[in-house]
Design a protein around this ligand. Structure first.
Ligand SMILES: [Zn+2]
Length: 109
């Protein structure tokens, strides 16, 4: 049996969102994080931080997983702007990704 996360819309929590269970998607610990903060506020905070997958033990549903798409697909409201270009720039920072494109094929044979 799966339970939906009321914060991020992740639909495959194996435990209900209560009793200190933690959503593998957004990392909300239910009964703790949502004690004094509304689910909507937690959602906004998660999205504002880039909507990153939380769990190391549970893999993302698929490699194209996107937190914003998940929230939108679940029909959950949020109050932060959708990812902008500057937003993406932070996520795409991969060390050592500067491929040497200046390498010319050897033509002096
Ligand atoms: Zn969640």
């Amino acid at each position: 049996m799966y339970y939906p996360c009321p914060v991020c819309g992740y639909g495959q929590m194996t435990e209900p969102p209560e009793n200190y269970n933690i959503c593998p998607s957004c990392g909300t610990e239910f009964g703790y994080h949502d004690l004094s903060t509304s689910h909507r506020s937690l959602r906004n905070k998660w999205l504002a931080n880039g909507a990153k997958w939380f769990s190391f033990a549970t893999p993302k549903p698929d490699i194209y997983w996107n937190g914003f798409v998940q929230v939108t697909g679940a029909g959950l409201p949020y109050d932060v702007p959708a990812p902008s270009d500057s937003f993406k720039e932070v996520e795409v920072t991969v060390p050592g990704s500067d491929t040497p494109e200046m390498t010319q094929p050897c033509q002096s044979r």
